[in-house]
Design a protein around this ligand. Structure first.
Ligand SMILES: NC(=O)c1ccc[n+]([C@@H]2O[C@H](COP(=O)([O-])OP(=O)(O)OC[C@H]3O[C@@H](n4cnc5c(N)ncnc54)[C@H](O)[C@@H]3O)[C@@H](O)[C@H]2O)c1
Length: 460
């Protein structure tokens, strides 16, 4: 008999995992405490918005079903993935509240289970959580022993919202924190059967895997922030151009070109909280994760810093349009979005702000409330604007033309991602970017002051 999988938590990650595993020919039982999520899956619909999810669930209905009953799901499956929320608590740590509840339910079912069962924690947690926070719950509720009656792994995913299914089935690598050899081997062979690619598998202790997971995210944010620092420097040197600098930098194989754009900061539900959690953990174990703390501080300060730099270019009382309110293109998520922060900062200092996003209008409206008017059409947004800020590199904004802006009242375009350079540079509209010098004369004067009397210095 083929292995049957259960997936506890049918949210953005769990529902996609359940559908993806079913699409590889396995029977999957999804579990959620939210009746609507369960009913959606059983009706062949996606419980959350994610690229390709609805189609995949509909196409695999005969292998995928969902239930509110953890007990039944555990008894009727061989491997259980736990993909419940681990929200940040007031200390900045990842809370185990939901995971603990799920583990209690699973442990209780394991009590009755005949034969070996593998539990895999997928949710992001901090080092020590699996062994010292959750494993004891399974043993207590089941009255059984880990490593004897059941196995346990911590195996997080490295996916991006919008491409969860593709990323899950084609990862760069899989990461397994294992209680013992048997648990790890079982999960490794599970991945070998499920995944579409031949991703290498890294197996280690729970704690090393827990640290590796958060290290990946915090490293990427550090890289983004490093490029943003270079962009700031480029704005202050004559002819400065971040794209020229990062092209060379990214060609170095030790560095690589990804996440090296030089633009606005990072946002979304994962990246920002990971630096805070790592900083919390470091303090909790009597040290300091200063790089993570600094990355977070710089990223949070960026929207206000950018507005401060841009302010002199906007006339008093101007209407500013922020294009791109989700934290990235093709997303409806506005959590920690730079576009939202820019809009709020501009509103706070007295500008009238309008906004547009192809997918995120509704959540953006809730987030911005009385601070900005979120419009349903790009045209309407441009009609009202004297200043346009492009906050995400969405294809819809890439297609804007000089005429689109010139025919209206737009005086200034701030292109944070330099996507309209060919179209707008050197024309009547003032075109400002992040990462390119906007005042060569002033920058030259600074450098002349710094280096111009080198000869005189060498005489003394
Ligand atoms: N979304 C991402 O991009 C992403 C990426 C990597 C890791 N993660 C991690 O994966 C975990 C889940 O994230 P998500 O974005 O899918 O969360 P989500 O909030 O979208 O979904 C979680 C689901 O779990 C359900 N749930 C809560 N408690 C439950 C319980 N005891 N039993 C059954 N179902 C329960 C909720 O009803 C919800 O449907 C988190 O730890 C997150 O950090 C998420």
């Amino acid at each position: 008999m083929d292995t049957v999988y259960s997936v506890v938590g049918l949210g953005k990650l769990g529902a996609s995992m359940a559908a993806a595993i079913a699409s590889r020919g396995f029977r999957v039982i999804g579990v959620d405490i939210n009746r609507r999520a369960v009913e959606a899956v059983n009706a062949g619909q996606a419980p959350v918005q994610e690229t390709g999810l609805e189609e995949l669930i509909a196409a695999n209905q005969k292998r995928l079903r969902a239930t509110l009953d953890h007990h039944e799901a555990v008894l009727n499956s061989d491997v259980t993935f736990v993909v419940v929320p681990t929200p940040s608590d007031e200390r900045g740590a990842f809370s185990l509240q939901y995971a603990a509840w799920a583990f209690r339910k699973i442990g209780y079912a394991l009590k009755e289970k005949k034969g070996y069962h593998l539990v895999v924690l997928t949710s992001t947690v901090l080092p020590g959580s699996t062994r010292y926070g959750l494993l004891p719950i399974l043993e207590k509720e089941s009255g059984k022993r880990c490593g004897v009656d059941f196995g346990l792994c911590y195996s997080p995913e490295f996916i991006a919202l919008g491409s969860v299914i593709r990323d899950f089935l084609n990862p760069d690598f899989t990461l397994i924190g294992e209680y013992d050899e048997k648990s790890g081997s079982l999960l490794e062979s599970t991945y070998a059967r499920i995944l579409e690619n031949n991703a290498p598998c890294y197996r280690m202790s729970f704690e090393n895997a827990e640290l590796a997971k958060i290290a990946v995210n915090t490293f990427v944010t550090m890289k983004i922030t490093f490029a943003n620092m270079l962009a700031d420097l480029c704005e202050r040197i004559p002819g400065g151009n971040i794209d020229a600098v990062t092209q060379a930098l990214g060609a170095d194989q030790r560095i690589g070109p990804k996440y090296l754009k030089g633009s606005l900061g990072y946002g979304g539900p994962c990246f920002p909280r990971d630096n805070i959690a790592l900083s919390f953990f470091a303090r909790a174990v009597d040290t300091a994760a200063e790089l993570a703390e600094t990355t977070d501080r710089i990223n949070r300060a960026l929207p206000a810093k950018i507005v401060e730099q841009l302010k002199p270019f906007f006339h008093k009382g101007a209407t500013v349009a922020v294009l791109g309110l989700a934290y990235k293109p093709f997303s409806h998520v506005v959590e920690e979005s730079q576009g939202i922060y820019l809009a709020k900062t501009l509103a706070d200092i007295g500008f009238r702000v309008v906004g547009y996003d192809p997918l995120a209008a509704e959540p953006a409206r809730i987030e911005l409330r009385d601070q900005a008017v979120v419009l349903d059409s790009l045209e309407e947004c441009l009609n009202q604007a004297e200043v346009v800020i492009i906050a995400t590199p969405d294809p819809v904004f890439r297609r804007l033309t000089l005429a689109d802006l010139q025919d209206r009242n737009v005086e200034t375009v701030v292109d944070c991602w330099r996507i309209l350079e060919k179209e707008l540079k050197g024309h009547s509209i003032r075109y400002i970017t992040i990462g390119q010098n906007i005042n060569d004369e002033e920058s030259q004067a600074r450098l002349i002051k710094l280096w111009g009397n080198t000869d005189a210095n060498s005489d003394t």
